[in-house]
Design a protein around this ligand. Structure first.
Ligand code: IMP
Length: 423
């Protein structure tokens, strides 16, 4: 196999970073195609914990080229800070192992201001990460976005920012009544940052095209999860990009080639950060136990994640909507030893029983139907799994009709077991 995409099959935070890190070892290219520094991919290497937000997880492998595709919204300030942190952990980053599309849309100070102000003043609170992601994608779609290449010419930058800012100025002055930097100040700030990003800018499209023609191993690294997709997710409580596999065709550039494998990363239970419906959410001691044992706090914002049982109608839906071909089941160790395990196998919705969600379904109105699951007490010292854990895995595989190709029982590389060959 040559091309594999990793997507989150729930609401993000499924453990994509560590799987990408492991599979990236065998790849020439690791490519990010959507989102921005709202993502937080935690990777444990030995005694080091590395959290990547914008830089692809392939960066930890010296032979691998990490690519930020044009579908990513890029905050140059956040990038420069992340670069300093990662190089401080003895990882070398040069233009030989990192290339950023010059066509990425820039996240400006105005985007961040709008995001945070709407969250604190707006009629609907989404619970965003406050990184300016939504407003940056709005700029892109309204054809007023600033592209990374625009940062290299101060006159172009000023002209584009002035155009971009016309309507926002009215909002800042009259609706939100907040302070904001002038176009001159913002242009000067971005121009300076542009100089630091410039060495990494390139034509990522042609680079990927060449790698595809060379039959190189390529890994496409999705951020967030399908249930946060702007089209497939639990709208409006979603992020503003296509987090599903479809996003990579528009956000990376994959000239005429198919993805051979889409690996869906799935927690053995479900978590969500931010607002929005969550049918299997637990409001009891087991939910607290899962959160505590699983260290369920956001890698980007530190927020406590909401926890609940595995939701098979949602998983079945995300598998279909991203054409996921196998699953990596993560954090099975968190459920080991807990009694009273359950899984949601169907919903009662509008007088019917359904076993698969669909776009636009009102998840606040579904009644989850649960099956009891036999507890398992595996300590994962040997490779042999207990019959109850095997039965849980089989139930998942039978329901979604694809195999569990990877089983993770901890964050270390040694705690991730391959049941299928990927590269
Ligand atoms: P935004 O992407 O910052 O606009 O946030 C929109 C929604 O997506 C919020 O509910 C966030 O909590 C959620 N979100 C964004 N990025 C992540 C992530 O990496 N993991 C989990 N949730 C995320």
């Amino acid at each position: 196999m040559r091309s594999l995409a990793i997507v989150g099959s729930q609401w993000g935070d499924e453990g994509k970073g560590k799987i990408t890190d492991l599979l990236g070892e065998k790849c020439k290219l690791v490519v990010r195609f959507q989102g921005g520094n709202n993502a937080g991919h935690t990777i444990i290497v030995g005694d080091k914990k590395i959290v990547l937000h914008l830089i692809p997880s392939g960066i930890l492998h010296p032979e691998c080229m990490s690519i930020v595709g044009h579908g990513v919204v890029f905050d140059p300030q956040a990038f420069v800070e992340e670069l300093a942190t990662i190089t401080g952990s003895d990882v070398s980053i040069t233009n030989k192992n990192l290339m950023i599309s010059e066509n990425c849309t820039v996240i400006t100070s105005y985007n961040r201001l709008l995001d945070c102000t709407r969250e604190s003043n707006g009629p609907i609170k989404i619970g965003t990460t406050g990184r300016g992601i939504g407003p940056a994608y709005e700029d892109k779609v309204s054809r007023k976005g600033i592209k990374l290449k625009d940062l290299l010419d101060i006159d172009i930058l000023k002209a584009k920012l002035a155009h971009n800012f016309e309507e926002k100025e009215v909002l800042f002055n009259h609706l939100y009544k907040i302070e904001y930097p002038s176009v001159e100040e913002e242009a000067a700030r971005l121009f300076e940052l542009g100089k630091l990003v410039e060495p990494f800018l390139g034509d990522t499209f042609s680079y990927i095209d060449k790698a595809v023609r060379n039959n190189d191993n390529i890994l496409y690294e999705g951020a967030q999860g399908v249930l946060l997709d702007i089209d497939y997710g639990t709208y409006p409580f979603v992020t503003s990009s296509n987090t599903s596999a479809g996003g990579l065709y528009t956000g990376a550039g994959l000239p005429g080639k198919q993805i051979e494998e889409v690996l869906g990363i799935t927690k053995a239970y479900t978590t969500r950060v931010g607002e929005g419906p969550f049918p299997t959410e637990l409001f009891n001691a087991i939910g607290d136990d899962i959160g505590r044992i699983g260290h369920e706090f956001g890698a980007t914002t530190g927020r406590k994640r909401r926890c609940g049982w595995l939701d098979l109608p949602l998983l079945k839906y995300t598998v279909k909507s991203s054409n996921i071909t196998s699953l990596a089941l993560t954090k099975v160790d968190v459920l080991a030893g807990l009694d009273g395990l359950k899984v949601c196998y169907a919903y009662e919705y509008k007088g019917k029983t359904i076993d698969c969600a669909y776009p636009g379904i009102d998840l606040t109105q579904v009644k989850p139907l649960y099956k009891d699951i036999e507890s398992f007490h595996d300590d994962f010292v040997s490779d042999e799994l207990s019959s109850s854990l095997n039965a849980y895995i089989k139930l998942i595989e039978d329901t979604v009709e694809i195999p569990v190709g990877i089983l993770a029982h901890g964050p270390e590389r040694s705690q991730i077991k391959f049941r299928k060959d990927y590269y």
